[in-house]
Design a protein around this ligand. Structure first.
Ligand SMILES: Nc1ncnc2c1ncn2[C@@H]1O[C@H](COP(=O)(O)OP(=O)(O)OP(=O)(O)O)[C@@H](O)[C@H]1O
Ligand SMILES: [Mg+2]
Length: 410
């Protein structure tokens, strides 16, 4: 089973290229599900068919679904919401404002991820192709399972213990609703466990990879570069870059106008830069079609562009699966010195000034150009202090030195 997540800047062609890829997979005999997490129904428009919250067959071998976050919201968050609504009503808030306040920010995205994981777990499909939202939302989405899981694990048990202790007192004072009922806590625990499962599936490079879609324009490429780094920071692997809406090379030949030739030359320059800067990651190209690629026939033409004719490339082949984060024992500086450890985090395209790393308790906080990840350190590193660090060739390397305080023999 493989999961392909398509993301990129707004309007670059994520829906089009993800649908084209899914069609190609289905045509090759893989049972494929194309999933849209976008509430704007543009996948329905691209496929020229009506989609719903349940997978329906679009063509032989290809099902598609538009995730119904509203229904999933009720299932996952209904108990918590009912409690919060009661609480806010007690505080005298009008029901409409209260309802707005009880929607956890990002919950729709979380539910979309949970749905992807449920589809994966059902084992009904060989491949899931996910048409994600534009990069900023997708990054927020992909960072959520770990960040929220961290919060729910660390902070939440404290709330729960406190709440249990206070319930009899609150009952005496007639303020029962101020203490969350167990159903609300259970819903949160369930969510936390499910998020951990989502993370396991999505961060496994043998299952999931990200396809970064762009158009050959300087502004789009600059954003794609930052996304590439941020995805690695959060532990997701980009295994292909898709350059969409590439002007056909005939347009460069003498027949075009000056305007056309200038655009073709500008794109050629960007394409060369893209091949260069995403070194090691294959770049696929889809040409600018003479019309909007809508419907299976047109989308198959985009797929033919991207993946060549059969038996050309395998659109699903997984790229390298070496881990993005490794911890190894570092060579001793001298036989008397204790063993040190080297943590390496792959951050492609990042340079020294972009990266900050600091220790906070048992966690390592890594920030890259506005994106932050809180990594829980493996136990062997928790008993160490952070020594020297460097950023080289797109990798953050931190040396950890055993802290004599923690390593005294028991
Ligand atoms: N190769 C192409 N040739 C011609 N038109 C294209 C091509 N790829 C996409 N388009 C058109 O460009 C528009 C945007 O494409 P699409 O909806 O796939 O982008 P998107 O990245 O999914 O956008 P959004 O960020 O809004 O979800 C659509 O009208 C689509 O038909
Ligand atoms: Mg789209």
């Amino acid at each position: 089973m493989r999961i392909l997540l398509f993301t990129g800047k707004g309007g670059v062609g994520k829906t089009t290229t993800s649908a084209a890829t899914a069609l190609r997979l289905a045509d090759r005999g893989l049972k494929t599900l194309l999933i849209s997490t976008d509430g704007a129904h543009s996948l329905s428009d691209a496929l020229a068919c009506r989609l719903s919250g349940e997978p329906i067959e679009v063509v032989a071998g290809l099902d598609a679904v538009q995730i119904d976050t509203q229904r999933r919201f009720e299932l996952a968050w209904g108990d918590v919401q009912r409690y919060l609504l009661e609480l806010l009503a007690q505080g005298g808030l009008d029901p409409i404002t209260a309802e707005e306040l009880t929607v956890l920010p990002g919950i729709e995205e979380i539910l979309a991820l949970l749905a992807v994981r449920d589809f994966a777990a059902s084992e009904r499909w060989d491949a899931l192709v996910v048409d994600c939202a534009a990069t900023a939302e997708t990054l927020r989405l992909l960072a959520l399972p770990e960040a929220l899981g961290w919060y729910l694990h660390r902070v939440f048990p404290v709330h729960r213990t406190l709440a249990r202790g206070m319930r009899p007192l609150a009952a005496m004072l007639g303020r029962g609703a101020a203490i969350p009922p167990d159903a609300a806590f259970d819903a949160i625990v369930r969510l936390s466990d499910e998020l951990a499962a989502v993370r396991t599936v999505l961060a496994d490079p043998s299952i999931t990879s990200v396809r970064l879609v762009l158009t050959p324009e300087a502004v789009v490429t600059a954003e794609a570069r930052r996304t590439f780094t941020a995805l690695a920071l959060y532990g997701y692997r980009v295994d292909e870059v898709v350059a969409n809406r590439v002007f056909p090379s005939e347009a460069a030949a003498g027949t075009g106008s000056d305007w056309q030739r200038a655009w073709v030359a500008a794109q050629a320059e960007q394409l060369a830069a893209i091949e260069d800067c995403f070194a090691g990651v294959p770049v696929r190209r889809a040409s600018y079609r003479p019309g909007e690629p809508v419907g299976p026939h047109e989308l198959r033409a985009v797929a033919a562009d991207l993946y060549d004719e059969l038996p050309g490339v395998d659109p699903i082949a997984a790229g390298a699966t070496d881990p993005l984060l490794t911890v190894v024992a570092a060579p001793r500086r001298s036989p008397e010195q204790p063993e040190e450890y080297l943590l390496t985090l792959s951050l492609p395209l990042a340079v020294k000034g972009d990266v900050e790393a600091s220790r906070s308790g048992d966690d390592l906080v890594v920030t890259v150009a506005g994106h932050r990840r809180v990594l829980t350190l493996p136990s062997v590193l928790r008993r160490c202090t952070v020594g020297s660090g460097s950023v080289e060739e797109g990798r953050l390397m931190l040396r950890f030195v055993p802290d004599p305080e923690h390593w005294r023999s028991p």
